[in-house]
Design a protein around this ligand. Structure first.
Ligand SMILES: [Fe+2]
Length: 267
């Protein structure tokens, strides 16, 4: 519990996950160094938090979920947790018992997620966790795969409520839980705007998060998120919502770049 007596997880992070951060083929050494250092610090901070598990909310860039079935949200209840990019993998322990507990809690509290036991998760999980592990992270992971990629996607307000429900589950179960939501910031992959991310929109969102105004993020429309290249910030809304109704950004790494603003933020 927080001092306001509302449920809230022990620590929350949001982080970019662009493959370029790992592949190191496009960005400048300075951009890579600062971003990767932010992710290593994240791993250290999460490890220091002595968690029972880290709920990682990210997406599937149509590696596992193609047009035969695109679940809005999926709790991964299998073991182990494996995420891959370009033949490189990261593996962390899973906690199927806790994942199933979270699934049961959500199903009895107005959410109806899918579940899966057999997936190799993609770079949205792999990239931030690869560097977080270098920073010392070694905690069990509960992955949630949120459809922030293939329209139609869930309303971001609903994603924020999912985070609040994760907090209630952790509180009821007496668990020390952290959250990590990955994606962003503004980017337009595969479009003519690739080299023109909306860095002004990045600054606006960062200002909200510094001021404890995640509600402004949670009020953005699907169209606004799309126009600003911020569809993946739905994952952020889950992670931040789990920390509280109005947590403030405590530590911000933000690295503007020519195709995506990279960020790693602690709440
Ligand atoms: Fe992505």
């Amino acid at each position: 519990m927080t001092i306001t007596d509302e449920p809230g997880v022990e620590i929350a992070f949001v982080s970019s996950h662009a493959p370029q951060i790992f592949l190191e083929r496009q960005d400048s050494p300075e951009v890579l160094a600062e971003t990767q250092a932010g992710m290593r610090r994240m791993g250290q901070r999460i490890q220091e938090s002595n968690l029972d598990a880290l709920v990682v909310v990210a997406l599937d860039h149509i590696h596992n979920h193609f047009f035969n079935l695109v679940p809005t949200m999926t709790v991964f209840t299998g073991s182990p947790f494996i995420a891959a990019l370009n033949q490189e993998t990261v593996e962390l322990p899973a906690r199927p018992d806790l994942a199933n507990g979270l699934l049961d809690h959500l199903l009895t509290n107005d959410f109806d997620p899918a579940w899966s036991q057999k997936q190799v998760l993609d770079h949205s999980f792999m990239v931030p966790l690869h560097f977080a592990i270098q920073g010392g992270l070694h905690v069990p992971v509960i992955p949630i795969i949120l459809n922030t990629y293939v329209p139609p996607q869930p309303e971001i307000s609903r994603c924020f409520k999912l985070g609040r429900e994760i907090a209630r589950w952790a509180d009821n179960a007496g668990l020390r839980i952290g959250t990590l939501g990955t994606g962003g910031m503004s980017h337009y992959p595969g479009t003519p705007r690739y080299h023109d991310p909306d860095l002004t929109a990045d600054q606006e969102v960062l200002g909200w998060l510094k001021a404890g105004e995640v509600s402004k993020l949670a009020e953005m429309s699907a169209k606004e998120l799309d126009v600003r290249g911020m569809t993946e910030l739905r994952n952020w809304a889950v992670a931040i919502g789990a920390r509280g109704t109005a947590p403030t950004a405590k530590h911000i790494t933000y690295v503007p770049n020519d195709h995506c603003g990279y960020a790693v933020i602690e709440f």
